[in-house]
Ligand binder design. Structure first.
Ligand code: UDP
Ligand code: MG
Length: 324
C-alpha cells in the first residue's frame, strides 16, 4: 500500500496580517507527518491582502492550493469549498489564526493512521480568553442545542481530521447551508477526541460578533431538529387545556350573574395568547425561511480565482454547486 496522503483545509477571511506566519506553522507541522500533503486555503472573499499573501506564498510552498471565493460566504461556505477540492486520504480542517495549534496535526494523523479512527476531533479543553457574556451565551446555546438535536457539540470545534470515506459521504449531503461540526457528528463513523487548549488569537480580532453567533445557533438548531415546531403544537395543546378550564369558570360566573369581574383575566389572556402566537409564528417562519433557502438550491459558494489547483492533479476546478 502506498503512503496515504493528507489534505489540510484552512478557511481564511481577512487574515492578511497573520496568515503567512500561520500557514508556515501549519505547513511545517504537516511536513513532520512525513506524508505527502496538500494545503488548501480558501480565501473567503477577504478585502485585505489575504489573496496577495497567498500568491506570494505559492512560490515558497509547492503544496499550496488556494481558492478565492467571489465574496464572503461565511466560514461554513469556505470549509465546503475547501472540502470539495481536498484529495487526501485524510483531510484536516483548521483555522488560519493559530487558535487550532498546528502541533496537534501529528497526533490527529497518528490516531487516524495508527489507530484507525475515521474522525479525530480536537475538542476545546479550555475556551481560551473569551468574554464572560460570550461564554454564557455559548454555554446556553450548546445546552439547548444538545437537548434539541441529540448531538452534544459542547467544546466541539471545526478542528478535525476526517477520513476520505467520511469526506465522500459529506459530499453526498444535499443541503446548501452546511454546518460542518454538526454534520460530521451526524455522519457517524468511528470517532475519537483529543483535547486542546485554545490559545488567544495571534493577530486581528475574532470574526464572530454576538449577533453572528446567535445566527449560527438558530441555524444549527433548525438544521438538526424540528422539535421547536412540535413545541408549537404542545403550546397549542396547553392553551387549549387552559381554555377549557377558564371557559368553564367563565360560564359559571355568567350563570351566577357575575360575568363582569374578570376583566384583568381577559387582558392577561389576550397578552399571553398574543405572545404565544407570535413566538409560534416566528418559529414556523424560521423553518419556512430555511426551506426557502434550500429550495433555491444555490451553490454553497462561488469561486473567483484559484491558485495551484490545476497543475498538481488535484482534480477539476471546483464548481461551487457540485453535489457529487
Ligand atoms: N472565517 C472565514 N469566513 C468568515 C469568518 C471566519 O473563513 O466569514 C475563518 C477565519 O479566517 C478563521 C476561522 O474561520 O480561519 C475562524 O474564525 P475566527 O478566528 O474569526 O473565529 P473564532 O476563532 O472566534 O471562532
Ligand atoms: Mg479564531
Amino acid at each position: 500500500m502506498s503512503t496515504p496522503s493528507l489534505s489540510v483545509v484552512v478557511p481564511a477571511y481577512q487574515e492578511g496580517t497573520g496568515l503567512a506566519a500561520g500557514l508556515r506553522a501549519i505547513h511545517a507541522a504537516a511536513r513532520t507527518t512525513t506524508l505527502p500533503f496538500q494545503l488548501v486555503v480558501v480565501d473567503d472573499g477577504s478585502t485585505d491582502d489575504t489573496w496577495s499573501t497567498l500568491r506570494a506564498l505559492e512560490r515558497e510552498m509547492p503544496e499550496l492550493a488556494a481558492i478565492r471565493l467571489s465574496r464572503n460566504f461565511g466560514k461554513e461556505g469556505a470549509i465546503a469549498a475547501g472540502l470539495d477540492i481536498a484529495t487526501g486520504d485524510a483531510t484536516i480542517v483548521m483555522d488560519a489564526d493559530l487558535q487550532h495549534p498546528p502541533a496537534l496535526i501529528v497526533e490527529l494523523v497518528r490516531r487516524w493512521r495508527d489507530e484507525g479512527w475515521d474522525v479525530v476531533e480536537a475538542v476545546k479543553s479550555d475556551r481560551g480568553r473569551e468574554s464572560f457574556l460570550h461564554r454564557v451565551v455559548t454555554r446556553a446555546f450548546y445546552r439547548a442545542a444538545a437537548w434539541l438535536t441529540g448531538y452534544d457539540l459542547q467544546d466541539a470545534s471545526d478542528f478535525k481530521l476526517i477520513d476520505r470515506r467520511v469526506l465522500v459521504e459529506w459530499r453526498r449531503l444535499g443541503e446548501r447551508a452546511t454546518f460542518f461540526r454538526g454534520l460530521v457528528a451526524w455522519l457517524g463513523f468511528s470517532r475519537t477526541q483529543i483535547a486542546f487548549d485554545v490559545p488567544p488569537r495571534q493577530t486581528g480580532a475574532s470574526r464572530w460578533s454576538l449577533g453572528a453567533l446567535a445566527g449560527l445557533a438558530v441555524h444549527a438548531v433548525t438544521s438538526f431538529s424540528a422539535l421547536p415546531l412540535q413545541l408549537v403544537t404542545i403550546l397549542g395543546l396547553v392553551m387549549l387545556l387552559l381554555a377549557v378550564g377558564i371557559g368553564a369558570q367563565a360560564l359559571r360566573l355568567w350563570a351566577e350573574g357575575l360575568a363582569l369581574p374578570g376583566f384583568t383575566t381577559v387582558i392577561l389572556l389576550q397578552l399571553l395568547i398574543g405572545g404565544l402566537l407570535m413566538i409560534s409564528m416566528g418559529i414556523i417562519g424560521t423553518y419556512v425561511a430555511r426551506i426557502y433557502e434550500e429550495v433555491k438550491a444555490r451553490p454553497r459558494y462561488v469561486v473567483r480565482d484559484t491558485l495551484g489547483t490545476d497543475d498538481r492533479g488535484i482534480g477539476d476546478r471546483p464548481t461551487g454547486g457540485d453535489r457529487s
